[in-house]
Structures are given as structure tokens and as C-alpha cells.
Design a protein around this ligand. Sequence first.
Ligand code: SAM
Ligand code: DTB
Ligand code: SF4
Length: 365
Amino acid sequence: MFRSVATLGSRSLARPLATHASAAAAAATRHTWRKEEIQKIYDTPLLDLIFRAASIHRKHHDPSKVQLCTLMNIKTGGCSEDCAYCSQSSRYSTPTKASKLVDVEPVLEEARKAKANGSTRFCMGAAWRDLSGRKRGFEKILHMVREVRGMGMEVCTTLGMLTPEQARQLKEAGLTAYNHNLDTSREFYPQVITTRSFDERLQTIEAVREAGISVCSGGILGLGESDSDRVGLIWEVASMPEHPESFPVNALVPIAGTPLENNEPVRYHTLLRTIATARIVMPTTIIRLAAGRNELTDSEQAMCFMAGANAVFTGEKMLTTPCSPWDEDKAMMDRWGLEGMQSFEQKRLADKEPSLPEFADVAQS
Ligand code: SAM
Ligand code: DTB
Ligand code: SF4
């Protein structure tokens, strides 16, 4: 039940029940990390780093649980932004063809299929800079959110920049989480994206937070960044007044026609170091092993789970590239003794859902 007393740094804290982390654990979450401290953790000999991350993971999460999220691209391509990694930017000539916002019913069909396959979160992505001039489209998305939430799933969207009012409407429709990645450090960011500033990304994240929606914000490895940029990204999210509930770690999927198509693939030990460091610095956050996972072997993935990763994208497709399919993931998880998380099993999520009476008792226990 993870209830013994452990020491973290000079502090002592009561171990919570798996993802139902106690108030003591939340209080122990630091927002005052210095970059040098995080760099020192990142530079620890790798197996020591993983051991420390695994120990912290076990204090705050049930290590046998992995959250399964399925993505659906509800508006593909034709995006006006210039993100140098992206197949959906209209600035580059890529194999992705633009299409318009999909209708509600096919989305609900995909969500039902995801649920039937064991996914407890459904994330809808749109290749947009923001929602301005998209009133009807936004209404359609609010409808999708309501319906998917009505299936009992956690529902996430990633639609580009949001105003505080749009965030409020999404929350009212039942949105659980919003994905808006910082992608990399503030210093390296301008080498990757010039059409949207780092501060604009932070503003959207703040609007999401203020609306009471869970924040999913992480980055990409393999953009050409350095170790200190990876540390800078972790520092940036760990310095927020509340750590993101979810931190996706993407490995660049090179897309023909984009400026980064010939980048060197990120080295596996760099991925591990990033996951383990994020786990230590943000103990109650779900760490999401995101794009690039289907390039990893089962054993490589297992080590990522050991280092603190506890969520994946699973299903037929990511946004424009292949995903690791449900049946393969189920077989892999069986082999490693892992199982899917229930929806709202992460206490920080359950706390934000007033309509989940079944969690009220757990929260008080
Ligand atoms: N357009 C919205 C936005 O940028 O906020 C939402 C979708 S966007 C595709 C979501 C995230 O996917 C990006 O921030 C990036 O971190 C990740 N991503 C996109 N293309 C990728 C690629 N080729 N390889 C790895 N990660 C990628
Ligand atoms: C995130 O951090 N990774 C996902 C999700 N959030 C939206 C997207 C990955 C996209 C991978 C490349 C593609 O399929 O186009
Ligand atoms: Fe557009 Fe998002 Fe792709 Fe950037 S990452 S080009 S904002 S779809």
C-alpha cells in the first residue's frame, strides 16, 4: 500500500497510496529547483539515476500501472505555424495532406473503440495556431468533449493557443486535460519555432491552469538541443506554481520535408536520463513516453517504466505517424506485469473533477 515513511532529501514524508498521493506528498513537491541542481541529478551515473527515480516513483505511484491514452487527429495539416519538426505545418512540403475538421460521430466512434481496447484517456488534436475565427468548429469540439467525457473517459485536447474564456468553456464541457508542450528550453526554442513565442505558450498553460483543467506539457528530444536544454525544459515546468499533471517526453519522429528530417536520432540513454530526472524533480506528475516509442524494443520500454514513465499513447495512429498498436502494447505490458490505469486514478486529476463522488473517500483516507 506504499504507506511506510521515507526520506526525500532532508525531509521525511508519509508514503501515499500509489497514484492517490497524500496531501503530504503534494506538499513535498518542490517548485524552487535550481537549474544546477537538476543538472546534477541529470548527470548522475545512469544506473544510480534510474534507481533513485524508481524509488521515488514507488513512493508516489503504483509502479504496476501505466496510463493508456489514444490520440485522434481531428483536424489534419495546413497549420500556419513553423514548428521545424512538424508534418502538419503548411510551410513545409511533407507527405501530410491538409483536411478539414472531422464530424462528431466518427470521433465518438474512435473514442468508443479506444475505450473498448482499454484506453482510459482520449486526446483530440487539431493542427491550429489558435481558435480565432473558428467559432463553429470550437462548438463542435465542445460537443465532442462532452460526449467523450460522458463515456467515462478522461478527455484531452490539443488545439494550439487558448484564451482564458476558451479554456473556461472547455472546462465547462468536461475537459480533463489540455496538451500544450513547451517543446524545449527557452534558450533553444527560437531555433525550432519562430511563429509563436515561448511566453505565448506559457500564457496558454496559465489559462488552462486557471480554468481548473489539468496541464499536459512536455517536450521533444532530438531537435538538436543539448543536455542543458533538456534540463532547462524540466526546470521550466518544475518552476510552475503547480507541476503539470502530465509531462510527455517525445523523441523526434523525423518527417521528410521538414527542416529536421535529417537530425541524428536521440540516444536511448538520453531519453532515459530525461525521464528519470523528470520523475525525481516532479514526483507526482505522470511521465508520458510519447512519440518515438514504437522505435524502442520491449526491454528499452521496460527500463523507461522503471525510470518513472507511467503513461503511453497507444492505438492505430499518433497524429500523422504510426503508433504502437493496442494488442502489441497489451502483450508487452503483460510480459512486464503492467496494467492500464483506471480513468481518474491519478489523485491530482480526481481532485479537479467535482462529479466524481467515488474519489471523495479516497482523497480523505
Ligand atoms: N497544434 C497544436 C500545438 O502545437 O500545440 C497541437 C498538436 S502538436 C502536433 C503536439 C505536440 O506533438 C508538439 O508540441 C510536439 O511536441 C509533438 N510533435 C509534433 N510533431 C512531432 C514529431 N515529428 N516528432 C515528435 N513529436 C512531435
Ligand atoms: C504529445 O506530446 N505528443 C503527441 C500528443 N502530445 C499530441 C503528438 C505526437 C506527434 C508525433 C508525430 C505525428 O504523429 O505527427
Ligand atoms: Fe501547427 Fe502544432 Fe504542428 Fe506546430 S506542432 S506546426 S502548431 S500542428
